[in-house]
Design a protein around this ligand. Structure first.
Ligand SMILES: [Zn+2]
Ligand SMILES: [Zn+2]
Length: 254
């Protein structure tokens, strides 16, 4: 009786595997953004690809802000020149605007693992300078109440996908959000800074002393969140702090 139950369970599991393989083989790959059929998995269709701005040099050596023309290898943008950020270097894959919004927000709905895997590959490639020599990826944490409601942290998903693409280890819960901050969507730069001030802390017994860490998030808007995280990691003794995000919003006109 027991042998036959085991056999049935095994057969069912094998059939499920075969079923999944058949479905994977039969269903055509879909565009990560609009869902149209594309030639390869984890890709964008020509139309979506053409609408998205992928960052490329020449850019600010610190924050990766693209320049319209080359102005020297170590050139800084106006923001970085006037006030040095708490992190050492930041890179993003693409510009966050109305054309990329649905792609970026796809991480929060639908097939998370599928889009995260593609984003991890892109971030690993675009973040080469930041990731070289890095010891740890530190995702920007969600407050536990938000994590409970959403069930997963998209920054942690991205960090694990970067790790899977060949990046360093993930320190998933080392940085914690100790108070719940209001959603920042409608807030201006100064209000965002106030909103996240003192919001993060290191988890006890997690040491980044002497470590080269890279903060991972989905979108960098004003930079207030990663700035605050970088301050905490620096105070905790990190040797260097990089920032790697999937998308970055630029002020209009830049
Ligand atoms: Zn598309
Ligand atoms: Zn800059």
């Amino acid at each position: 009786m027991q042998a036959s139950a085991t056999f049935t369970a095994r057969t069912a599991s094998r059939l499920r595997q075969i079923g999944r393989a058949v479905v994977d083989g039969v269903l055509p790959p879909r565009c990560l953004s609009c869902g149209d059929i594309v030639d390869e998995p984890d890709a964008l269709c020509g139309l979506c690809w053409g609408g998205i701005t992928f960052f490329a040099p020449p850019w600010c050596v610190l924050c990766g802000l693209p320049f319209p023309h080359p102005i020297g290898e170590d050139a800084l943008c106006g923001n970085c020149a006037s006030e040095r950020p708490a992190w050492d270097q930041a890179r993003a894959v693409l510009r966050y605007d109305k054309r990329s919004r649905s792609l970026v927000l796809g991480l929060k709905h639908g097939d998370h693992t599928h889009v995260a895997r593609a984003f991890g590959l892109w971030m690993h490639r675009a973040g080469n300078e930041v990731l070289t020599g890095a010891d740890l990826l530190v995702p920007v944490p969600l407050h536990w109440t938000r994590l409970f409601r959403r069930r997963y942290n998209q920054a942690a998903l991205l960090a694990h996908a970067i790790r899977a693409a060949g990046g360093p280890d993930v320190a998933a819960d080392w940085l914690v959000r100790r108070r719940r901050t209001p959603v920042q969507g409608h807030l201006g730069p100064a209000a965002r800074e106030r909103n996240v001030c003192g919001a993060f802390a290191m988890r006890p017994r997690c040491s980044v002393v002497g470590k080269r860490v890279v903060i991972v998030d989905d979108v960098m808007t004003t930079g207030a969140t990663v700035e605050e995280c970088a301050r905490v990691l620096r105070r905790a003794g990190a040797a260097s702090v990089g920032v790697l995000t999937l998308a970055r919003a630029l002020r209009t006109g830049t």
